[in-house]
Design a protein around this ligand. Structure first.
Ligand code: NDP
Length: 332
């Protein structure tokens, strides 16, 4: 039975790692926020590929756990002594801790962000993690400048869509890869100047043709195993290989000497390390939301599922059936 100071809500919980079927729709208890915490009733929850990594066990956390790293919701309680947040505030959250696949959750106030009411809450719920990732990739790991040519894999995906739109706005020539015609049309809408259907064409050949064999300044590779080697081949002298995901599996290890022939740079960023401080978080989130407001970033929420059907969302994401952003909506 629930304690006096806890309430029972519905959430998606994982007791053992595995396929989408391990996402269980359950009653969970949510307590009162302690010092430095708030309780948030979620209105929309963003789905990210990282949620899949935690579900399969590729990324580790203690069991059982509620997955999910971003959401938008309404504050329903604030911890003792907390200022700057009040019941009724609409807020967004992105990053650690896990737990957004829930009707209601406790969060440290330091990860909670104010949300402009002018932006649709489904858009906000699915642009924080993906948008801040794009910010890290384009502005912080490597700085894309006008005149650069860049290669973005999964250019119709959640992060990929934002990367292409943003890079185009920065003045880069954008080459995007996708798996089918429908996604190719979306990648073009995302501002790709050249689109490669990498399930049919060799993307290395296309990059060679487009760049007159010079290669690209940077590759943003989230696909991992299937693309990593080809991505290295696409780089120009002193090019940057930014490996930031493994949707197809972890890339095989390479010897450092593989970087020598073109004096390449290799980095493997994780968003969380760029938004650990409150200042960096606010700067990154502010940049993303202002680009959404001004229309530079168009967030396509192409898939909306009830929270209780998170397993279907995961299955579709892993089967490469989705494009743009995916959002879960709690019933209550
Ligand atoms: P996406 O919407 O991009 O979905 C993944 C896409 O990857 C698919 O739609 C598919 O596009 C492509 N893909 C290629 N091969 C496979 C495969 N074997 N299985 C599944 N998908 C495949 O997801 P997100 O926008 O949520 O995330 C994109 C990537 O960015 C992920 O790898 C994620 O881990 C990474 N990421 C990393 C962060 C970091 O901090 N380092 C932060 C956020 C995201 P197509 O059909 O066109 O091939």
């Amino acid at each position: 039975a629930a304690m006096a100071d806890t309430k029972v809500v519905k959430a998606v919980r994982i007791h053992e790692t595995g396929g989408p079927e391990v996402l269980k729709w359950e009653d969970v208890e949510v307590g009162e926020p302690k010092e430095g915490e708030v309780r948030v009733k979620n209105k929309a929850i963003g789905v990210n590929f990282i949620d899949v990594y935690f579900r399969t066990g590729l990324y580790k956390t203690d069991l059982p756990f509620i997955p999910g790293m971003e959401a938008v919701g309404v504050v329903t309680a604030v911890g003792p002594g907390l200022t700057g947040r009040k019941v009724g505030d609409v807020v967004a959250y992105c990053g650690n801790p896990l737990g957004s696949y829930s009707e209601e959750q406790i969060l440290p106030a330091r990860v909670v962000l104010p949300v402009p009411p002018s932006i649709d809450f489904k858009v906000v719920a699915s642009v924080m993690l993906k948008g801040m990732t794009a910010h890290v990739l384009l502005r912080r790991c490597f700085k894309v400048e006008p005149g650069h040519t860049i290669l973005v894999h999964a250019a119709a995906g959640g992060v990929g869509s934002l990367l292409c739109q943003w890079a185009n706005a920065l003045g880069a020539t954008v080459i995007g890869t996708v798996s089918n015609e429908e996604k190719a049309a979306q990648a073009e809408k995302n501002g790709c100047h050249h689109v490669v259907i990498y399930t049919k064409e060799d993307f290395v050949d296309v990059v060679n043709n487009v760049t007159s064999r010079k290669g690209v300044n940077v590759v943003y590779d989230s696909v991992g195993k299937d693309t990593f080697q080809g991505s290295l081949q696409c780089l120009a002298l002193r090019g940057y290989m930014v490996s930031f995901g493994q949707s197809s599996g972890r890339p095989d290890p390479i010897p450092i000497t593989d970087l020598v022939p073109k004096s390449l740079f290799l980095c493997r960023p994780s968003l969380m390390h760029y938004i650990e401080s409150r200042d960096e978080l606010l700067e990154s989130a502010g940049e993303v939301l202002s680009l959404v407001s001004s229309g530079v970033l168009k967030v396509r929420v192409n898939h909306v599922y009830p929270l209780s059907e998170a397993a279907r969302a995961h299955a579709d994401l892993e089967a490469r059936k989705t494009s743009g952003s995916i959002v879960l909506i709690p019933d209550s």
